[in-house]
Design a protein around this ligand. Structure first.
Ligand code: PLP
Length: 358
């Protein structure tokens, strides 16, 4: 390769996807189980063998007799789970960057018939016990929607995680004020991988009542599992799902790929791979002046502060990324099929984009 070629890389004609982990395709394990489920007919509406097996596998994975439901996407999972924890006059305490607040089009409020979200600030995307206490005690009168739930996102919207101590502290304050704990686990597998802790440790053993576990961002075509550790809270949940248009008629095609992730261990290896690609990117940009990491990289997302001109150059090179999350920084998200070569070419392009605008 000539020198000029390496200084002026040809502009790739196809987009290079690191905008989110939902730009990736279906992982082979999920595909394989869709194929298997398609070899014979089965009962509808979740009465099939795949749904039963996947639910049992979740119980094994979480080491407890939890209630498991399958829905199509995260907005439905969060909205319906929160609705089952609240009366309409209750409220949900969450971080100001929480997906339920910023990206679900009022779904949680709609499905709960009006339960209000009360947002709190918190460093590195995390809700703190102090934030919760302040919000609960700000008012005690009948004119304020009564706090009933704390919602935490694991991993957070800015790619950090809640450790066991943080989760326990949240549970403690939740007990004090009689609050339930909901976990938006859009990147739950990445949190387990990042912390090297078991799903049980990071949920019910730390006081989580209900988890929305994303399969979509872990390698499925679509599908999330809503997992109730407090079975009482799951009362009539199947009716909520049906009414909300979330009861899949051919449920086996939602459940079978989940079984693929769980039986093969791909749920974890996919997340470990995604996290390691994020670490590779973080390490690679560490040496580049002007490319500042905005948050600790603890899962599969990397947030960078980059000058606007450098962002424009990266877009011209067909890199895809979002800038609206995490106070205007640039977000790159790695997934199960992100390659080291892709990450290395991004690091090189960031370096060049910054040199060019110096
Ligand atoms: C992706 C995501 C969801 C789910 O989004 P849907 O588009 O509704 O599937 C929920 N929470 C967080 C933090 C997410 O990143």
């Amino acid at each position: 390769m000539s020198k000029t070629a390496s200084i002026q890389p040809a502009q790739p004609s196809v987009p290079r996807f690191l905008a989110s982990d939902n730009t990736s395709g279906i992982c082979p394990e999920a595909m394989e189980y869709i194929e298997r489920a398609n070899r014979s007919d089965d009962l509808a509406y979740g009465n099939d063998q795949w749904t039963a097996s996947a639910s049992d596998r979740f119980r094994e994975l979480f080491e407890t007799d939890c209630e498991v439901f399958f829905v199509f996407n995260g907005t439905a999972a969060n909205s319906l789970a929160l609705a089952s924890l609240c009366q309409s006059y209750h409220s949900v305490i969450c971080h100001q960057l929480a997906h339920i607040e910023t990206d679900e089009c009022g779904g949680p409020e709609f499905f709960s018939n009006g339960s209000k979200l009360l947002t709190v600030a918190g460093e590195n995307g995390r809700v703190t016990p102090e934030g919760i206490a302040t919000t609960v005690t700000r008012r005690g009168d009948i004119h304020y929607p009564r706090p009933r739930v704390v919602s935490v996102t694991q991993a957070t919207e800015v790619g950090t995680v809640y450790g066991l101590d943080e989760l326990s502290a949240i549970r403690e304050i939740a007990n004090h004020y009689d609050l339930r704990v909901h976990m938006d686990g859009a990147r739950f597998a990445n949190a387990c991988a990042g912390l090297n802790l078991s799903p049980a440790e990071l949920t019910w053993r730390s006081g989580v009542d209900v988890l929305c576990f994303s399969g979509t961002k872990n390698g499925l075509a679509f599908g999330e599992a809503v997992i109730f550790f407090d079975r009482q809270l799951a009362l009539d949940f199947e009716y909520r799902c049906k009414q909300a248009g979330q009861l899949a008629s051919k449920m086996r095609y939602l459940a079978a790929p989940w079984l693929g992730l769980l039986e093969t261990g791909a749920w974890l290896s996919n997340a470990q791979h995604a996290n390691s690609m994020a670490q590779r990117l973080a390490a690679g940009v560490q040496s580049i002046a002007d490319a500042r990491l905005m948050f600790p990289v603890e899962a599969n997302s990397v947030f960078l502060q980059l000058p606007a001109a450098a962002q424009t150059r990266l877009r011209a090179l067909n890199w895809t990324f979002y800038t609206f999350i995490g106070e205007g920084g640039v977000r790159f998200v790695c997934s199960w099929n992100t390659t080291p070569e892709l990450i290395d070419s991004l690091i090189e392009d960031i370096r060049q984009a910054l040199t060019a605008v110096d």
